[in-house]
Each structure stands twice: as structure tokens, then as C-alpha cells.
Design a protein around this ligand. Structure first.
Ligand code: FES
Ligand code: FE2
Length: 450
């Protein structure tokens, strides 16, 4: 096969092959154009339900939402609702359904309870899933309840501060299934991070259109022109890992090679310097020196405040390591904060999905120690991590207040969804800047048995 003529960027050519930032070996996923039916068809949606959603490790939530025994949250996905809770014996998950007549047991999104009481006839269950009490048990024939019906467990496991569930038979080992090298996610200490914002908004496209838009930086210049001053969109390193996982390293703190001015330290770069503790007024370099200065600024701060940034490569201090885990997650990884996004299928409509984002922050004493400005936390957000905010829900008509970049995406995706329906559109033609999309689809089709 012929290769693209433009060689792809490598962030650090000197990185040892075993380091986390090393360019991963090439995976040849071919040049196939996949059918567009998967974006509209209800049959395809059902196949995804059978083979993907009910048969994959899915991110249900984060460990920091389950600190104390009795803490729980509910993870809803399409037809299923699952309670995930910390018990005396560790984190467990159960279908959120009463063993008596099937009522939904827990209606709150999260909380702390040792006992779940059903709202229908008040049967109660211990949070380890065991039956606690049957109301008026002496009115039941003993044979009906002799098996002491408890909650039905769902496989549940933790990795690097993230809680996963799996509804299928014989789930594979979680760490292997995630596909990322050991230590990759662990370095960010998500288990010590706190959710400071959680938004779930409904978007007007298939969930895969969402995943795809976030898996490439090819559209930045056109859809998000304001990023041109600060994101090296053509210098992105794309890496593919086993089982559909992938990553793109987007260098931040450098102008896009698409613009002429590669010298001026523009306003965006000044802001980034400032966030890294470097005084932009005293900065003597050009735009080409900013990324390095951000890295040095953060190293310096780390030494001063004992933040232990030694565990990170220089590039991790400045750049965005946008990391995808099959099927529906992208994690924007930064030493200070993590942006965890899930693309959740709509209950009934293949042309809608829920964009669910949690911003997690490592609490610290340093007042400058904040998530990067471009993560778009609204003014006045409590970043102390002391109070877990409620999830904000937004319907398709509402503005979710996710900031400029995300509102540009949410406005565009329905347009793409509609366009793909046209009989004039034959299927997506991906370039190598879109290699993560192809990698995702290869895994999807493999898992669907297509
Ligand atoms: S359905 Fe739960 S107690 Fe009856
Ligand atoms: Fe975008």
C-alpha cells in the first residue's frame, strides 16, 4: 500500500521506546470506507447494545465519588441503571432494580446509604446486595422467597481511580482490556482527584459522531479558529494501542503551523505562561519558546510545592494527552486536572447521545494550581474539591455552558449527522490525522462480529 506523503509528527524523537510518550509502532488498519448505516440504523443500535454496551468494560464513575462506606452513585446506560457503591468489602455494583417486582430501587444520582429501601413495597437490601427485609414476610408462601432474593450483581473493577462495570458473561481482565500501558493513567492520580464539575448534555447526533469529533485535531483550524494561536494542530502525535485505545498528543503553548506569525507571544500564549507561573511581561523569548517555558515553569513550581511532577515527561506538563478508551471515552490528561468525557448512547434514538463530562482536579494548597483555562470551568466554580457538585443536566435545546469550543462542536455535530443521511454521501473518507477514528471503527466492527 502507498503511504501518505507527509510524515507524521513525533513529539519527542528522543523518547525511549518504553516511555509513555514514545511514538507507538504503526498499526495498519487499512483504507476501508465503512458503511454509514451505523449512524442511523436501529438494527445497528441494537447490535451495539448486545455486543458493545452490555459486553464491554464501561466507565461508570470515579473512585473519589465512593470515598466512604455507603457512598453510591447510579450509572444509567440506555435501558439499564446500575448502582455502584462502596461496601465494607470494597466497591460493588448491582442492577438498580428491586428483586420483588422490578421497581427502580434508587432514584437519586448519588448519596450515602447502607440500606436501599424500595419505593414500591419497601423491601430493603443491604448495600452489599443482600436482602435485608421483606415487608410482611409472613404473608408470602415460604417457597417464593426461600432463596432470599437480593440485588443482582454486575461485574465491577477499579483502575487508576476510575470505576468500571461490565454486564456481560466472563469479563476479560480490566487492565488488559483498557489497552493502555501500565502506569499511563495511574500517573495522574485520579484516585486523589475530585470532581469539580459534572455536566451531562444531550447532543443531536449518533454517539460515534461525538467520539469521532473528539478523536482528531484536523477540524481545529476550521471549527475552533480561536485555538490557532496556542495549539500545534499539525504537530500532533497520534498513537494507537490494543483493543481500540488511542491517544493524540496535542502540543499546547505553540501557534498552529497553519498561521504565519510564529514569533509573537500572543494573548493566548501569555495566558498559558501565566497559568504556569511565568510572568508574561518578563518573558523574553518568542512564541517558539513558550511551550518549553511552560514546562520549566511547572517543574519549578513542582519543586517548590512538592507536587512530584518527576513522574511526568516534559511534554505532559504542557501538552494535551487526549486518551481514548474503547468504546466511549476520551480523557484529557493533565498533571493538574483531568477532563473525563463519556459519549453515552440515547435510550431510543440513534441520532442523539449524551455528552457527559467530569472535570477532576487534584486539590492542592497552591492558589495558582488550577485546571487549564481552556477546560472552560465557569467563573466562580468551587475548585477546592470539598463539595462534590451535582450533575448539571441540559436538554438538547439548552446551552450547557461548556464554553466556546464545546458549543462549536455541539452546534456542528447535528449538521454532520444530517449530512451523512444524504443519499449523496457515500461514507467517511479518513486521512491519517483521523487514524484514531479508523482504529476505533476496526475495533467496533470486530466486536460487532461484522
Ligand atoms: S417492587 Fe420493590 S418492594 Fe415491591
Ligand atoms: Fe471540536
Amino acid at each position: 500500500m502507498n503511504s501518505p506523503t507527509k510524515p507524521f509528527a513525533v513529539i519527542n524523537p528522543d523518547a525511549p521506546a518504553t516511555s509513555l510518550e514514545a511514538k507507538q509502532p504503526h498499526i495498519d488498519n487499512g483504507t476501508q470506507c465503512y458503511s454509514k448505516e451505523g449512524y442511523f440504523s436501529r438494527d445497528y443500535m441494537e447490535r451495539e447494545w448486545q455486543h458493545i454496551w452490555t459486553n464491554s468494560w464501561l466507565i461508570a464513575g470515579v473512585t473519589s465519588d465512593l470515598e466512604k462506606v455507603g457512598d453510591f452513585f447510579v450509572f444509567d446506560i440506555r435501558d439499564e441503571s446500575i448502582i455502584v457503591t462502596r461496601t465494607e468489602e470494597g466497591v460493588k455494583a448491582f442492577y438498580n432494580v428491586c428483586a420483588h417486582r422490578g421497581a427502580k430501587l434508587v432514584w437519586d444520582e448519588r448519596g450515602n446509604r447502607k440500606v436501599f429501601v424500595c419505593p414500591f413495597h419497601s423491601w430493603s437490601f443491604h448495600n452489599n446486595g443482600d436482602l435485608r427485609r421483606i415487608t410482611d414476610e409472613d404473608t408470602f408462601h415460604p417457597d417464593v422467597v426461600a432463596h432470599r432474593p437480593g440485588l443482582t450483581p454486575v461485574a465491577c473493577a477499579e483502575h487508576a481511580g476510575i470505576v468500571f462495570i461490565h454486564m456481560g458473561e466472563n469479563p476479560p481482565p480490566l487492565a488488559e482490556s483498557i489497552g493502555l500501558p501500565e502506569g499511563y493513567l495511574e500517573a495522574y492520580r485520579l484516585d486523589q482527584m475530585k470532581v469539580v464539575r459534572h455536566v451531562r448534555s444531550e447532543w443531536g447526533s449518533n454517539w460515534k459522531v461525538g467520539v469521532e469529533a473528539f478523536y482528531e485535531s484536523y477540524h481545529l483550524h476550521a471549527v475552533h479558529p480561536e485555538t490557532r494561536g496556542v495549539m500545534g494542530d499539525l504537530n500532533v502525535q497520534y498513537d494507537l494501542y490494543p483493543n481500540g485505545a488511542s491517544r493524540m498528543i496535542v502540543p499546547l503553548g505553540q501557534p498552529s503551523p497553519r498561521i504565519n506569525d510564529q514569533e509573537s507571544v500572543n494573548e493566548g500564549l501569555q495566558l498559558m505562561l501565566q497559568e504556569a507561573g511565568v510572568d508574561p511581561a518578563a518573558f523574553e523569548g518568542t512564541a517558539a519558546d513558550v511551550r518549553r517555558a511552560i514546562q520549566q515553569g511547572k517543574r519549578e513550581r513542582s519543586k517548590r510545592l512538592g507536587l512530584e511532577y518527576e513522574r511526568f515527561e516534559d511534554g505532559q506538563l504542557s501538552d494535551s494527552w487526549a486518551t481514548g478508551i474503547f468504546p466511549n471515552v476520551q480523557i484529557g490528561c493533565h498533571p493538574e486536572a483531568v477532563f473525563l468525557m463519556r459519549f453515552l448512547p440515547h435510550e431510543t434514538d440513534p441520532e442523539r447521545f449524551y455528552y457527559d463530562t467530569m472535570t477532576l482536579l487534584l486539590p492542592a494548597e497552591d492558589p495558582d494550581y488550577r485546571p487549564p483555562g481552556w477546560m472552560g470551568l465557569p467563573e466562580g466554580t468551587d475548585v477546592s474539591g470539598r463539595q462534590r457538585p451535582e450533575t448539571e443536566h441540559y436538554s438538547i435545546e439548552e446551552d450547557a455552558g461548556l464554553g466556546l469550543v464545546l458549543s462549536q462542536d455541539s452546534a456542528l455535530l447535528p449538521v454532520v449527522q444530517k449530512g451523512m443521511r444524504s443519499r449523496g454521501f457515500k461514507g467517511q473518507l479518513w486521512g491519517e490525522q483521523e487514524q484514531r477514528l479508523r482504529h476505533f471503527h476496526v475495533e467496533l466492527e470486530r466486536r460487532l462480529g461484522m
